[in-house]
Design a protein around this ligand. Structure first.
Ligand SMILES: [Fe+2]
Length: 470
């Protein structure tokens, strides 16, 4: 298979190059009057034509924000102006190549560019744009201006995952940083509710692995040491340095929230890969993990075509292909050491989210983006899982319309876990326009309650956040 145009620089994967503001956007339906705040989504948007092969993960971070109040919506998009973005901006061209090219160790600006393009977290009144290989960037709200890298008063000495976990009850934020080649390969950190980085402890792993996400419960933190490894000896043989090892076990480490490497307990199950967890919680002697599990991954292979076929959940034939992510449950028994894993669905989906007011506690509902059976990572609907009754419902975006991760926004004053809305950008391929879609989470098969038309196309991206007003 040959590719003339990189599919990740084409269609609605292609970057937009203008940073604009759009006031009082047209709305189909009605924006709920009690929905007040700002929705911000991060994603890759290369500032310049790339050097060499381009991977979807390479693009400079761009934030798309929709501010909503009193039934009206306003849009703005801004690059995350990282140090690398600024250096390339001043040069007027790309300086760094991407993940599919060998790193240029002699680059005076560093071998890799922190693109801050993956996700966002709101903690202690501060918005951070995240990339798992480096430090966070602080973003001014609602302007979406980059204030600079944020290192907790110089206390941060490790990379910072794109998926930190905030405990809504205690206000604490847990995060980790992994290092592909340097033992101990993993560091675990905790930020207090007051925004102070109170501890960073090493966690021993046998070898460096790509660790994209983790999970918390009320008392524990759960790490996934999955066999997608970094081995320098592969590079010496002329192979990609990253590889999936189907014969190796998946290891799950459970550590008390305030514990360290001496108190971690490891559980094993067959080889798999997980990009994203939905949630985890404690039940009796068990720690329960819910996540989107793949039998294997090759997401950072050196071939764009292979990447296209093996990226999260991409499957050309059917939604239930073996390498596509599906919602799974693991039960780790802290008393007996037993592990039970089982699929909760055979439909492929990823980008799982819950009502984060309940993160780390048992949740009845989970929301994922359903994967469209096509070569590219396109999401054609949202799935709402009722984990209590073992049932699911689907919100279809409609023919030729694709979205992404939906963020759950609780209705102010809500008592029911699913009383709120799901927000996601949807692109219409025929019209080549984008909308922010607002779906009633208690009635997800219905038409969206509001479709807010964006003043320009919003490229497909990664993760978003909702920041409630006030
Ligand atoms: Fe992610």
């Amino acid at each position: 298979m040959t590719t003339t145009v990189n599919p990740y620089l084409d269609g609605n994967f292609a970057p937009v190059r203008t940073e604009i503001v759009g006031e009082d956007l047209p709305v189909k339906g009605e924006i709920p009057p009690d929905l007040c705040g700002i929705f911000v989504r991060n994603g890759p948007n290369p500032q310049f034509a790339p050097i060499g092969q381009y991977h979807w993960f390479d693009g400079d971070g761009m934030l798309h924000g929709v501010e909503i109040s009193n039934g009206k919506a306003h849009y703005r998009n801004r690059y995350v102006q990282t140090k690398g973005w600024q250096t390339e901006h001043e040069s007027g061209r790309a300086i760094w190549s991407g993940l599919l090219e060998p790193p240029k160790m002699d680059n005076p600006h560093g071998a890799y560019k922190n693109v801050a393009n993956t996700a966002l977290v709101w903690h202690d009144g501060r918005l951070l744009a995240l990339w798992e290989g480096g430090e966070p960037y602080q973003i001014k709200v609602p302007e979406l201006e980059t204030l600079g890298s944020y290192t907790y008063g110089d206390q941060l000495k490790t990379p910072f995952t794109a998926h930190p976990k905030v405990d809504a009850v205690t206000g604490e934020m847990m995060f980790f940083g992994y290092s592909p080649f340097q033992p101990p390969y993993l560091y675990y950190s905790l930020v207090s509710a007051e925004g102070k980085l109170v501890k960073t402890v090493p966690i021993d792993l046998p070898v460096g692995v790509m660790m994209h996400d983790f999970a918390i419960t009320e008392h524990y933190t759960l790490f996934m040491d999955l066999p997608f490894t970094f081995r320098p000896e592969r590079a010496r043989r002329g192979e990609p340095v990253m590889g999936f090892e189907p014969e190796s076990p998946s290891r799950f480490g459970i550590v008390p929230r305030h514990g360290d490497n001496s108190s971690i307990r490891w559980f094993e199950s067959p080889a798999c890969y997980v990009f994203h967890t939905l949630n985890a919680y404690e039940e009796g002697d068990e720690v329960v993990l819910l996540a989107c599990r793949m039998n294997r991954t090759n997401v950072l292979s050196d071939s764009v075509d292979e990447t296209t076929l093996d990226a999260p959940g991409i499957d050309v034939d059917e939604r239930s292909h073996a390498s596509s992510p599906r919602l799974y449950e693991w039960r780790f028994n802290l008393k007996t050491g037993a592990v039970i894993e089982k699929p909760l669905d055979d439909i492929a989906s990823d980008f799982p989210r819950v009502n984060e007011q309940h993160l780390g506690r048992a949740t009845r509902y989970g929301y994922t983006a359903r994967i469209s059976p096509q070569p590219m990572p396109l999401f054609d609907g949202l799935i709402k899982y009722d984990l209590l009754s073992d049932r699911s419902q689907v919100h279809e975006f409609g023919k030729g319309r694709y979205g992404g991760e939906a963020v759950f926004v609780p209705r102010p004053g809500a008592t029911a876990e699913d009383d709120g809305w799901l927000l996601t950008f949807v692109h219409d391929q025929v019209e080549n326009t984008s909308e922010l879609v607002i779906v009633n989470a208690q009635d997800i098969t219905a038409q969206p309650v509001a479709q807010i038309k964006m003043p320009q196309r919003v490229p497909y991206g990664f993760h978003g956040v909702w920041i409630a007003q006030g």
